[in-house]
Design a protein around this ligand. Structure first.
Ligand code: ZN
Length: 307
């Protein structure tokens, strides 16, 4: 596990994932093999729990509190070195402790590894972890999770759309809310402050991309005020689409195109004109559609016609 981030720097997504480790740790145990990586007293390897916490009195009696299991296990069994002889009232407690250790079958070939207790195979699954952590089965009302996680786009794009829906993308408004002093100006239209909802919904440059699809289908669509509303609204008019799975990737495709262009202008001082941005969008849409239907290479005309 990586170190915990305590500074203002670092990727917020990873920081959030990292912060869940303490909760996930309680659902994991070390499966001991050669015992080289597992600390006898400190790690969670025994079914009774972490030895230091279950037997704190015995822990204070032993000489080698940092030893690994490999260092404590010998061909004759456990090698426990106490600081002093046990008092009469401590003998029963030591006996209880040793009885727990009797269940250990001994070290064996192979590396120690983490065993996830959320399923029978010991393999970590996000959905199992989610169910364990969300026992109350709470859900955010009207959260467009299908339009984020069920669309057929690269996973990093789904994560990006999820951040957008949470309005947590690192646009200037969010950077300023973290204390950075910046000049807030949209990198595309250069006319107004850069906010998540402006850049991805209301910026005139972004509107060009939306209009490609809207005009193609000849539909009337009013741009909602927020990303999550836009996702739900776009899903609501998917009855206009011939191929709904392609229709559903349009918002992600527009937003990914805009984000790439915005970052190109912000970090590399490279600007494409609006015609090139529109072309980039259409090419990306075709590329993703070809990825989805890998046995069915489609042309730009085919993709636009199928929407
Ligand atoms: Zn703008």
């Amino acid at each position: 596990m990586t170190k915990e981030v305590n500074t203002p720097y670092g990727v917020s997504l990873w920081r959030s994932i990292r912060s869940l480790w303490s909760e996930l740790k309680t659902q994991s145990r070390i499966k001991v093999a050669n015992g080289n990586k597992t600390r006898f007293w400190k790690d969670n390897w025994h079914e009774v729990g972490i030895m230091e916490l279950v037997f704190p009195d015995i822990f204070n009696l032993v000489l080698h509190q940092q030893y690994t299991i490999a260092e404590m296990w010998t061909s004759n069994g456990w090698s426990l070195n106490f600081r002093r002889h046990c008092n009469d009232w401590e003998v029963q407690r030591v006996a209880d402790f040793l009885s727990k250790l009797d269940q250990f079958p001994g070290v064996q070939a192979g590396e120690d590894h983490l065993w996830w207790q959320g399923n029978s195979k010991g393999i970590f699954k996000v959905n199992a972890a989610y169910k364990i952590m969300n026992q109350s089965k709470q859900r955010i009302a009207n959260w467009p999770w299908k339009q984020i996680w069920r669309i057929k786009v690269p996973h990093k794009v789904s994560i990006f759309v999820w951040l957008l829906a949470k309005e947590a993308t690192l646009t200037v408004d969010n950077l300023m809310s973290r204390g950075m002093t910046l000049c807030s100006r949209c990198f595309l239209c250069k006319e107004t402050a850069e906010t998540v909802n402006h850049l991805f919904l209301h910026c005139p440059f972004t509107a060009h991309l939306w209009r490609i699809i809207i005009n193609l289908k000849g539909i009337a669509w009013t741009m909602p005020g927020k990303i999550r509303e836009a996702l739900s609204s776009w899903e609501g008019i998917c009855s206009h689409a011939k191929d709904r799975s392609r229709w559903r990737i349009v918002p992600a495709c527009i937003w990914w195109t805009i984000w790439k262009e915005r970052n190109s202008r912000c970090f590399e001082s490279l600007e494409n004109d609006v015609q090139k941005i529109k072309l980039n969008f259409i090419l990306l849409l075709c590329f993703w559609c070809n990825q989805i239907y890998s046995n069915d290479t489609v042309s730009i005309i085919d993709v636009l016609d199928s929407l």
